[in-house]
Design a binder for this molecule. Structure first.
Ligand code: BDP
Length: 717
C-alpha cells in the first residue's frame, strides 16, 4: 500500500513537472549547459539594481531575478543602488541619474517610445550593463530581450542593442464568444472565464500577459468579430475592466469588438443608422462609460456587413460612415477603430477575390485619422497560400493593418505542425510595386511607404485553455513568431524558428539544425498536400476540416469549393486573368504583367490566376496533371520526413512533449494521405488520366472520402 502510494506520488509529481514544460511556452529558462556563458555572466555582472519602483518595473526585476537564477543556477545579488562596477541596471529614462541620462542621450534619440537599449557602458570609469527605454514597459521589453540572449546562448560581453518596434498596434484577435466557445479555436475553450470575473483572477490571465509582453504584443481584442452586444453592457464591462487591470502593467491594452447593431440590442434604440443623432450619441456615451472604467482602453474592432453581420449598409450608409461615426466616439479618449475589409457581398458572386478591393479602395483618404483598415493577408481567406491582398499599397492615404490567422482554420487545425512565420514572411516581403519597385507589403504595414502614423499587425489567436495553450506544442511557435514579426515585420522566419527552439527546447546544435529545417519546410508541406499550385478553399465546408473539393450544393456560389477550383474536362483553376474575371487588374501594372500571363505567373500561384489544361507543360516538363499529383505526393513525403526528424530528436526533448508531437505527426501523416487521395481521386474524374509513377495508390474510394462527416468538428459554433 505504502509503496503504491509512493509510486503514485512520484508519478504525479513528475507528471506536473513535465506538464509545466508544456505550459511554460518559450519561457522555460532551463539551466544552461554552456559554461562559457555562465562564466561570462559572472565576469560581467555582480549585482542587479532597479532605479524604479513602478508595478511594471517590479515585474521586470522579478523576471530578471527568476530568469537568471533558473538559467545560471544561482540567485543574482539584488542591490538597492549602483555601487562599484559590474551592475546590471534597469530603469526608464526618467529614473536614470542625470549622469546616466547624459551618457545615453544619443542612444535615446535612436529609439521610439516602446524601444529599448541594452548596453555595456563605462560609467565613471566603471563597467556597467544598462537596460533602459523611454518608459517602464519599454524596459520590460528590454529585460525579456536580455533574458533571451541568455536563453539562446548569446554573448553578453559587449552589448550594444537598440531596438524599437516598427508598428504601433501589435495585437491578438481572440474570436472568443461569451459562452467560452472559440470560433475557429482548436485549443480548448476561451481563457476568459466571464462567469467568475471580475472577482476571480485566474493565474492564467497573468501568465498570458507575461507571455505576450515577452514578445512585444501590446494589445488584445477579447471578443469575436462576430460580435455579441452584451459585452458592452455594464455587467460585462466590469469584467473587461478586471482583465484590463491585470494586463496593464504588462503593457497590454484591451480592445473589444463592437456589434454595429448594439444601439438597438442593448440601447433600446429603433435604429443603428450611423447618421442618426441618437445613435451617434449612444456610441459617444458608451465610449465615455468605457473610458471611465478603462482609461487606456484601446478601441473597437469591427466586422460590418460581412457574412451576415450588421453594418452601416443596412441603413443605406457605407463603411466610411460607420467607421467615422465610431471613430468620433473614441477620439476624445485616444481610441482607435480597426475596421475590417473582409467583406464579400451576396449580390456579386462574379469573383469573391475582387470584392474587398472593389469596395474599399474607392474610400482611400476618407476615413478619420484614428481609423485603421484591417486587411487579411490574401483576398480570399487565410488559405495555406494566397498571393498578397491587392489592397496593400493601393490605399496610400489610409493606414492599413495586416490580419494574419494564427489559429489553423484552413491548415489542419491544431493537429498539423505548420510553422506560420514562413507564410507571414512570404506575404510581408511581397513587392506590391504600388510605388515602384521595393513597395513591399511590410512597408505598407510599418507605415514607411506612405508615411502613415498609425500602424499595426493583428493575429487571430490560436490560444485556448488547453494545458499547453495552443493545442500543438509547435503551434506555440506561431504565437511567438507572430509577436516577433509584429515587432519587426522584416525578421526572417529562420531566425524566429531558431530563437523559439532554443528558448523552448534546447540549444544543442544537433537538435536545432534538423528541427529548424523541419519547421521551415512544414509550410510548403501543408501547401503540397492540401492546395498545391495555387489551389484554394477546397476544404470541406463549414468546419473546414479535411478535403471537400466535391462540395457544390451550398446556396451561395462562393461557399462551394467547386467555385474555387473549377475543374472540368479541359483543366483546372480560376481564371482571374484579363480574359477571365480580371482580378489581376487590381494589382500594380508590374504585377498585372507577372500574374496575367501563363508564362510569367509563378507556378505556386498558377491555379489561383489561371484555368490551365491538364496537359499544360509545367516548368519541369511534367504535365499539369502529373505535376499536381506529384506535389500531393511530395506533401505526404515531407510529413514522413518530419516524422523522421522528430524521432531523432527524442534525446533532446522531455518525454511528454516528445510523445505529444510524435502522436500529432502521426495524425498529420494520416491526414496528408487523406488529402492526397481524396483530391486526386476527385480531380481524376475530370483529367481522366492515370496517376504518374511515384504517386501511391489511394487506399479508399472517392465515395468513401465523400461519405465522411464531422458534425462535431471543433471551432464551428
Ligand atoms: C472565416 C471564418 C469565419 C470568420 C471569418 C472572418 O470561417 O469563422 O468569422 O473568416 O474573418 O475564415 O470574419
Amino acid at each position: 500500500m505504502t509503496s503504491f502510494r509512493f509510486v503514485f506520488l512520484f508519478l504525479s509529481i513528475s507528471f506536473s513537472a513535465l506538464a509545466q514544460k508544456d505550459y511554460k511556452l518559450w519561457l522555460q529558462f532551463d539551466k544552461t549547459a554552456n559554461t562559457v556563458l555562465a562564466s561570462e555572466y559572472k565576469s560581467n555582472i555582480q549585482g542587479i539594481v532597479s532605479l524604479e519602483n513602478s508595478e511594471t518595473s517590479k515585474i521586470a526585476m522579478k523576471e530578471l531575478e527568476n530568469g537568471i537564477a533558473a538559467l545560471l543556477g544561482n540567485k543574482p545579488e539584488i542591490k538597492s543602488e549602483i555601487t562599484g562596477e559590474k551592475n546590471l541596471i534597469i530603469a526608464s529614462q526618467k529614473s536614470l541619474t542625470p549622469d546616466l541620462q547624459k551618457t545615453l542621450q544619443d542612444d535615446f534619440s535612436k529609439i521610439n517610445s516602446e524601444g529599448f537599449l541594452i548596453k555595456t557602458i563605462s560609467f565613471k570609469n566603471k563597467k556597467q550593463i544598462i537596460i533602459t527605454g523611454k518608459n517602464d514597459i519599454a524596459v520590460l521589453y528590454g529585460v525579456f530581450n536580455f533574458l533571451r540572449l541568455l536563453q539562446t546562448n548569446k554573448s553578453i560581453q559587449h552589448l550594444n542593442i537598440t531596438d524599437s518596434p516598427k508598428t504601433n498596434i501589435r495585437i491578438l484577435n481572440h474570436w472568443d464568444n461569451l459562452d467560452r466557445t472559440v470560433e475557429r479555436g482548436y485549443a480548448g475553450f476561451s481563457l476568459w472565464d466571464w462567469q467568475k470575473l471580475p472577482d476571480f483572477i485566474d493565474q492564467r490571465y497573468i501568465d498570458y500577459a507575461r507571455a505576450n509582453a515577452s514578445i512585444g504584443i501590446n494589445g488584445t481584442v477579447l471578443t469575436n468579430v462576430n460580435a455579441n452586444a452584451l459585452i458592452l453592457t455594464p455587467q460585462y464591462l466590469e469584467k473587461v475592466e478586471a482583465l484590463a487591470n491585470v494586463f496593464r502593467p504588462y503593457g497590454i491594452k484591451v480592445y473589444l469588438t463592437a456589434r454595429f447593431s448594439a444601439p438597438i440590442e442593448i440601447g433600446k434604440l429603433k435604429t443603428a443608422d450611423p447618421k442618426d443623432p441618437e445613435v451617434i450619441n449612444w456610441w459617444k456615451n458608451k465610449a465615455a462609460e468605457i473610458y471611465k472604467q478603462i482609461p487606456d482602453f484601446g478601441g473597437f474592432l469591427v466586422k460590418a456587413n460581412s457574412e451576415g453581420q450588421p453594418g452601416p449598409q443596412n441603413y443605406g450608409r457605407d463603411h466610411v460612415d460607420g467607421a467615422n461615426m465610431l471613430a468620433d466616439a473614441v477620439a476624445p479618449f485616444g481610441g482607435v477603430i480597426m475596421w475590417r475589409a473582409f467583406v464579400y457581398s451576396e449580390h456579386d458572386a462574379n469573383d469573391r477575390a475582387k470584392q474587398a478591393y472593389a469596395e474599399f479602395q474607392p474610400y482611400d483618404g476618407k476615413f478619420k485619422e484614428n481609423v485603421i483598415v484591417q486587411v487579411k493577408n490574401g483576398a480570399i481567406d487565410f488559405q495555406p497560400r494566397e498571393p498578397f491582398h491587392p489592397l496593400f499599397g493601393a490605399m496610400p492615404k489610409t493606414p492599413l493593418m495586416m490580419e494574419f490567422q494564427i489559429t489553423q482554420e484552413y491548415l489542419g487545425f491544431s493537429t498539423h505542425l505548420v510553422f506560420l512565420p514562413k507564410l507571414f514572411q512570404e506575404v510581408l516581403e511581397s513587392d506590391t510595386y504600388q510605388k515602384g519597385k521595393g513597395s513591399h507589403v511590410a512597408k505598407v504595414i510599418d507605415g514607411t511607404l506612405y508615411q502613415n502614423k498609425l500602424t499595426g499587425i493583428a493575429g487571430v489567436s490560436n490560444i485556448g485553455n488547453d494545458l499547453n495553450w495552443t493545442g500543438h506544442p509547435f503551434a506555440q511557435a506561431n504565437w511567438y513568431g507572430f509577436g516577433r514579426l509584429a515587432w519587426n515585420p522584416y525578421l526572417d522566419s529562420e531566425t524566429i524558428a531558431d530563437e523559439w527552439l532554443r528558448c523552448t527546447f534546447s540549444n544543442d546544435e544537433n537538435f536545432i539544425k534538423p528541427v529548424k529545417k523541419m519547421m521551415i519546410d512544414s509550410r510548403e508541406a501543408v501547401v503540397n498536400y492540401m492546395t498545391p499550385l495555387g489551389l484554394h478553399h477546397i476544404m470541406d465546408t463549414g468546419h473546414h476540416y479535411g478535403p471537400g473539393p466535391w462540395v457544390s450544393d451550398l446556396s451561395r456560389p462562393e461557399w462551394n469549393p467547386t467555385y474555387y477550383h473549377k475543374a472540368n474536362k479541359n483543366g483546372i483553376g480560376f481564371d482571374r486573368s484579363k480574359s477571365g474575371t480580371n482580378a489581376v487588374s487590381q494589382y500594380a501594372p508590374e504585377m498585372v504583367k507577372v500574374f496575367n500571363s501563363l508564362e510569367t505567373c509563378p507556378e505556386k500561384d498558377l491555379l489561383w490566376f489561371h484555368h490551365v489544361s491538364w496537359d499544360y507543360k509545367l516548368k519541369d516538363g511534367q504535365t499539369l496533371w502529373n505535376g499536381l499529383a506529384l506535389q500531393y505526393q511530395e506533401g505526404v513525403n515531407q510529413v514522413a520526413e518530419m516524422q523522421n526528424v522528430w524521432n531523432k530528436a527524442k534525446k533532446y526533448v522531455d518525454s511528454e512533449r516528445f510523445n505529444e508531437v510524435k502522436m500529432l505527426l502521426e495524425i498529420q501523416q494520416k491526414e496528408a494521405k487523406w488529402w492526397r487521395d481524396a483530391c486526386l481521386l476527385y480531380f481524376q474524374q475530370f483529367s481522366g488520366k492515370e496517376l504518374p509513377s511515384g504517386v501511391e495508390k489511394p487506399t479508399q474510394t472517392l465515395e468513401y472520402f465523400k461519405s465522411l462527416k464531422f458534425p462535431f468538428a471543433p471551432g464551428n459554433g
